[in-house]
Write a protein of this length. Structure first.
Length: 163
């Protein structure tokens, strides 16, 4: 027996559109200045990269972060799992996403939401409380791609989605 999600009404769609606004960023990851007419053409031409999920915003830096996910132990080599390296909004009022949290992304397909687990963050790699494995420990250079405010997101599949 399968459960069919009810179709949202117009009011629900309007509310979702207001809460889940896509924002275009410039080459430095900052919002375009709406008060500067010189940026309007660039803002219009930019593909929206930021997904607003309540107070959390991020842009996709690498849409195929499989090597990083394998190195982190998130997936096995050859797994067909969506893995993203993302840059989180670093403004003062933005929350700092952390290891183990789940981020949901609404897609353009009606009724489809993807869930991603935050598998690894730059802060995790450089945490003061991280264990010291000694001076002869070998660091995996694969992790060097993670920059401040970046994280590895791995698509979370439940048993009903796997075929």
């Amino acid at each position: 027996m399968s459960y069919v999600e009810p179709e949202p009404d117009g009011q629900a769609r309007t509310l979702a559109a207001e809460l889940l606004e896509r924002v275009a960023l410039d080459a430095h990851g900052a919002l375009f200045n709406d008060d500067d007419p010189a940026t309007w053409a660039d803002a219009d031409a930019a593909v929206p990269e930021i997904v607003s999920l309540g107070p959390v915003r991020f842009r996709i830096v690498d849409s195929d972060a499989v090597d990083l996910a394998v190195a982190a132990g998130a997936i096995e080599p050859g797994d067909k799992t969506l893995c993203l390296r993302v840059q989180f909004d670093a403004s003062n009022d933005a929350p700092a996403p952390a290891l183990g949290q789940v981020v949901t992304v609404t897609t353009d397909e009606p009724g489809v939401t993807l869930a991603f687990g935050i598998w690894l963050t730059h802060a995790d790699l450089h945490a003061a409380e991280a264990p010291d494995f000694g001076s002869d420990a070998m660091r995996d250079s694969t992790f060097d791609v993670l920059e401040p405010n970046q994280a590895l997101l791995v698509h979370v599949l439940d048993n009903t989605e796997v075929q």
